[in-house]
Ligand binder design. Sequence first.
Ligand SMILES: [Cu+2]
Length: 153
Amino acid sequence: MDRERIGGGERGLDRGVRRRTGRGVMVVGVVSLLALPLAAAVHQQLLRSEPAQGEEMSISPERLRLVFAEPIELAVTQIQLASAGATTVPLSRLSLDPDSANILVAEVERTLAPGSYVIRWRTAGIDGHPVNDSIPFVVAIGPGASHLDHHDP
Ligand SMILES: [Cu+2]
């Protein structure tokens, strides 16, 4: 009804409404940011591993150790070790470290030839929420790089 009126008063009202709307959006944004760390804290997550992400190892690892933030639900946990050529390396049955239900252990049942490998893991934490990721690493054993060479005479 007042659309054609462009009086200062009406403009002022318009701006007031826009400002309020803007503030509402900001409040929602702040609440979302606060909620994020809480949500992340209840999900299972990998803290560190051996081999570590991107690690260059001088010897073939005897076992994989994955340290998680929460106790691990073994029944829903899978680990696969594969070479760059997608050949799967046999692992032992998965177990938990006797000292911590947050630490997953699998023996590597074959000596790894030099090359690139990837650990693919899938598990869940207390909330049952599935999480998965992969950990690439390299076994680099070249002439002159054996661990014996690092010993002092
Ligand atoms: Cu979760």
